[in-house]
Design a protein around this ligand. Structure first.
Ligand code: PMV
Length: 359
């Protein structure tokens, strides 16, 4: 995170103003899967914010002579009507909390640091970046959100309304979203930074994203969340997520890597188990996903290294390991795992310090 107030000169309001943010993606340790009403999570989740997988977004705004707003949206330098429609719908739906966009022409340029085809979910970083740009705009246009806590709280809330997991990306380090008895201040409407001191072992966690498949996801997360509405295991799942969150938080404070890994892997497999047992059934694992999971477990059994996996709603594997064993993992373990990856691709990442406002 950095100072959200870098540019807030309201005297500049005549003419075109530009705001730029870089916002990283995140990977959930305890998964958000299932929602209640409009973007309220059915269970709390916890994630680490990444560093290398990010969206850079610029938002230009200019006063115009109309009651509503106008929007031009560019993704990777080209106009993108599909994304543009989505953002327009989002802004229209939430005008009650974004009244300052009325009477403005908005031009948004969005760029991801990771290839679109890499199978990394980009909604967390892109919707996080959009929310941060909108909060900076609100600050400049209305003078509100001057206090840092209020700024990030609103950014997280706005991000949530676009994509639940994006609510966690507006903070660096470890972030919790959703009410949990174990996390003071946790909230369904916005994420909060992990409020406890983490053990040193976890402070520089690395994440190697093993690209099993570069294909676009066959099921959207929106459809996936909906499958939980009638899922026979839903009640038990939400209880399990609360328990897992409480226990992983303790493991992270105590530096209990074995417990941390056990919960991490249980969460990933629970997510996919829920998808597989939903109606209709969704199978996103591929033979290569199983192959790599089995290899990780076998290697860990042999050499006792703290290497653990998690997955998003897709076939790709996030291999988490502490900084202390980075060298060994990257030179002698990852080369064995990437044999099963598409084009032997993997993307190195690590726990990051969060979004940054660019000048
Ligand atoms: O934020 P959404 O609606 O794309 O859902 C994200 C769901 C998972 O990535 C599978 C889990 C999570 O908590 O990030």
């Amino acid at each position: 995170m950095n100072d959200p107030h870098a540019i807030s000169d309201t005297s500049l309001l005549n003419g075109i103003q530009t705001i730029q943010w870089r916002c990283p993606s995140n990977i959930a340790l305890v998964k958000y899967w299932g929602k209640v009403g409009h973007q309220i999570p059915a269970n709390p989740s916890i994630s680490i914010t990444l560093n290398e997988a990010y969206t850079e977004m610029s938002l230009q705004y200019e006063q115009i002579d109309t009651a509503g707003f106008e929007l031009d949206f560019y993704f990777e330098g080209a106009q993108n009507p599909k994304f543009s429609d989505k953002i327009e719908q989002y802004l229209n739906r939430h005008l009650d909390v974004l009244p300052f966009v009325n009477g403005m022409k908005l031009t948004i340029h969005s760029h991801n640091s990771f290839p679109h085809s890499a199978g990394i979910a980009s909604s967390a970083s892109s919707m996080g970046a959009l929310a941060l740009c909108l909060c900076s705009m609100e600050q400049e246009v209305t003078g509100a959100l001057q206090e840092e806590g209020a700024f990030y709280q609103k950014a997280s809330n706005l991000a949530r309304l676009a994509s639940g997991s994006a609510s966690r990306s507006v903070y660096g380090g470890v972030t919790v979203w959703g009410q949990s008895a174990a996390i003071p201040g946790s909230n369904d409407e916005y994420a909060v930074p992990f409020p406890f001191e983490m053990h040193d072992k976890l402070k520089n966690m690395h994440d190697a994203v093993l690209i099993v498949s570069k294909a676009a996801k066959s099921t959207s997360s929106r459809a996936g969340h909906q499958l939980m509405d009638a899922h026979p295991y839903a009640v038990a799942r939400y209880k399990q997520a609360h328990e897992n969150l409480k226990n992983i938080a303790t493991a992270m404070c105590e530096g209990d890597m074995k417990k941390f890994g056990e919960i991490l892997e249980n969460e990933a497999l629970s997510l996919h188990g829920l998808m597989m047992t939903s109606q209709p059934s969704v199978v996103l694992f591929t033979p290569a996903t199983w192959q790599i999971i089995n290899q990780i477990r076998a290697i860990r059994e042999q050499n006792g290294l703290d290497i653990y996996f998690t997955l998003d709603a897709g076939p790709n594997i996030h291999l988490l390991y502490p900084a202390a064993i980075k060298e060994e993992v990257e030179t002698s373990i990852i080369p064995k795992l990437v044999v099963s990856c598409e084009g032997k691709t993997w993307i190195p990442d690590h726990l990051g310090s969060g979004p940054e406002r660019l000048q």
